[in-house]
Design a protein around this ligand. Structure first.
Ligand code: IMP
Ligand code: MG
Length: 175
């Protein structure tokens, strides 16, 4: 089935915004090392581009949590499918997400990570849908606030498809 994809944020705008975020993060972490944690799979495109725009030392780790099936609405059930390789103690952690929707995933994840005693922990998301929030999550860096629409591209999927689109698009006709 071919869904129709409408461009919401063009490729050049995403690139420009990531550059700005990288500059901001580099300033905020001056003299430190940023330990970036990518929440797979959606966060991976954003994290790679963002890491390239950060001028302070960077280390990377990955984890996978899921609160979603193949559909488009949160189940509320969150599980760790893949944990981090490294301990967080003493590190300046930057959690990198593709999108914050209900906030359930991050609310749960940040609570777990906080218990591992990082020196500091901040959250950076490419996209935020503030109107959809169910759980209160403090976001430190946001690429774009977007309306309550189901988006794909730049790592975001619809039933595992469209992650590789170089722009942010809206899938038309999805409830
Ligand atoms: P939350 O727990 O409701 O905040 O859901 C966060 C996760 O749901 C994100 O990391 C995405 O994987 C997925 N998600 C939420 N909204 C969208 C969307 O519009 N498109 C694709 N995935 C989404
Ligand atoms: Mg995600």
């Amino acid at each position: 089935m071919a869904e129709n994809i409408k461009v919401l944020v063009p490729e050049e705008e995403v690139a420009k915004r990531i550059e700005e975020l990288g500059r901001q993060i580099s300033e905020d972490y001056a003299g430190k090392q940023v330990h970036m944690i990518c929440v797979l799979k959606g966060g991976v495109f954003f994290m790679c581009e963002l890491a390239k725009r950060i001028s302070v030392p960077v280390s990377l780790d990955f984890m996978s949590v899921s609160s979603y099936g193949d559909g488009t609405s949160s189940s509320g059930v969150v599980k760790i499918a893949k944990d981090l390789d490294e301990a967080l103690e003493g590190k300046d952690v930057l959690v990198v997400e593709d999108i914050i929707d209900s906030g359930r995933t991050l609310y749960y994840l940040l609570d777990i990570l906080e218990k591992r005693r990082p020196n500091s922990m901040r959250l950076c998301t490419l996209l935020d849908k503030p109107d959809r929030r169910v759980r209160d999550v403090k976001v430190d860096y946001v690429g774009f606030n977007i309306p309550d629409e189901f988006v794909v591209g730049y790592g975001l999927d619809y039933a595992q498809r469209y992650r590789n689109l170089p722009f942010i698009g809206v899938v038309e006709g999805v409830e």
